[in-house]
Design a protein around this ligand. Structure first.
Ligand SMILES: Cc1ncc(COP(=O)(O)O)c(C=O)c1O
Length: 400
């Protein structure tokens, strides 16, 4: 499939050709095959899974489990290592509650100042409950992780190192493999928040050697309310489940419970079957375009956007502005509040995000209240960037 032709696959974009959608970091658009896959489940085999012996239930189970296998293969994992959750936030909370239950005073969890709140607040709040210490790796003025500080902070007291693969605020890509190695050197587990990276990179969890990797479906052309947690089988086997209920048990007596095998041990209750199947169709869709083509297209577009937008007077960019910044451009226009910029761009049918991007500690470290964020996907074009450029000049005229 040609990457330039694929805007038409997305009903919302095809139906509103005047819309320039530049907020895929918040949620990506949903292509028709994903909508069709979900509809088809409801139209043909809308039944609960795993427990039914009748045909439509076994068909639903077949589709759900085939999806698990497909997504596991997509990130280089085994099927039993792939747990469906409601998204990255749920996956991170599951990990925080499960892993922190054994932490105590003197133990440390290392995160970074670059995190989305969903990989910051759970550790911060559980540190208060359990008495362990949370430490945060700082950032450089151009929005990269301070790797010297990382090496110094990760110590024998560290039990968990948790960090984002790609910043949702600036698009900075972190050296995941290196950070995982730093964690393993002291015997800590490494958690990678892949909520942003999953749509823009070839992820191979085994090569990265992370212990856990989390992501959301709705940032990779899938539906909302579905996401995944990858965990090394050896670690998942020894972890306490976070949620208790149906399907996650193998035997219950009045006094005790035996938990189910992996991955079901972590999937209590009726899962989000239709959306999981939709996410499987999103993976098919990405593979039909080719992740390499996606990466190449977005890299060219990111470079183009930085080149074109730097001609806007009084623009300040945040982020490294080199190969380690990808698919996201974050900026401010001097003297104009980021929210005003976004509101005026909306009048030109351009959708961007403005504010702290759920990364307040990061904004504080950068010395700003917020930024305007343009986040790209493979359906964006150079024409979208040109329209943004012209609209930003208009915004500046209004404020003159
Ligand atoms: C880096 C990062 N982590 C975690 C999340 C949380 O994802 P969700 O809201 O889909 O659970 C986001 C969402 O923007 C994100 O960008």
């Amino acid at each position: 499939m040609s990457i330039n032709a694929h805007k038409k696959d997305f009903p919302m974009l095809a139906g509103q050709p005047q819309l320039v959608y530049l907020d895929s970091g918040a949620t990506s658009q949903t292509p028709q095959p994903v909508l069709d896959a979900m509809n088809d489940y409801y139209n043909t085999c809308n039944a609960n899974i795993h427990r039914g012996v009748y045909q439509v239930s076994t068909e639903a189970t077949k589709r759900y489990e085939a999806t698990r296998e497909k997504i596991a293969a997509f990130i280089g994992a085994q099927r039993e290592e792939l747990i469906f959750t409601s998204g990255a936030t749920m996956s991170l909370n599951l990990l925080a509650y499960s892993l922190c239950s054994t932490l105590k005073q003197g133990d440390e969890v290392v995160t970074t100042l670059m995190e989305h709140h969903s990989n910051f607040v759970p550790w911060q709040q559980l540190a208060k409950q359990h008495g362990f210490t949370m430490r945060s790796i700082g950032v450089t003025p151009d929005g990269r992780l301070n790797m010297e500080e990382a090496a110094a902070l990760i110590s024998p007291a560290t039990k968990i190192v948790t960090f984002t693969h790609m910043s949702n605020a600036l698009g900075t890509i972190n050296p995941a493999k290196e950070l995982c190695a730093l964690a393993h050197r002291v015997g800590a587990v490494a958690i990678v928040d892949g909520a942003q990276s999953i749509a823009h990179m070839q992820v191979d969890v085994k090569n990265m050697n992370c212990d856990f990797f989390v992501f959301s479906g709705h940032k990779m052309f899938g539906p909302k309310g579905i996401g995944c947690l990858y965990g090394k089988a050896t670690l998942l086997k020894n972890m306490q489940p976070f949620l208790y209920g149906g399907d996650m048990i193998s035997e219950v007596t009045t006094t005790d419970t035996c938990f189910n095998e992996l991955p079901y041990k972590f999937e209590a209750g009726t899962p989000n079957i239709a959306d999981a199947i939709g996410l499987g169709a999103a993976v098919d869709y990405i593979q039909s375009i080719g992740i390499k083509n996606v990466i190449q297209h977005e890299a060219v577009l990111t470079r183009y956007a930085l080149d074109v937008l730097k001609n806007i007077p009084n623009i300040t960019f945040y982020g490294p502005q080199n190969a380690s910044q990808y698919a996201i451009i974050s900026f401010n226009l001097k003297g104009i509040h980021a929210h005003d910029v976004a509101t005026l761009l909306d009048r030109e049918h351009i959708a961007v995000r403005a504010g702290h991007h759920c990364a307040m500690p990061f904004m504080t470290a950068l010395g700003v209240h917020g930024t305007v964020r343009v986040s790209l996907s493979s359906y964006n074009t150079k024409e979208d960037i040109d329209k943004l450029h012209d609209a930003l000049l208009k915004v500046q005229k209004i404020f003159k």
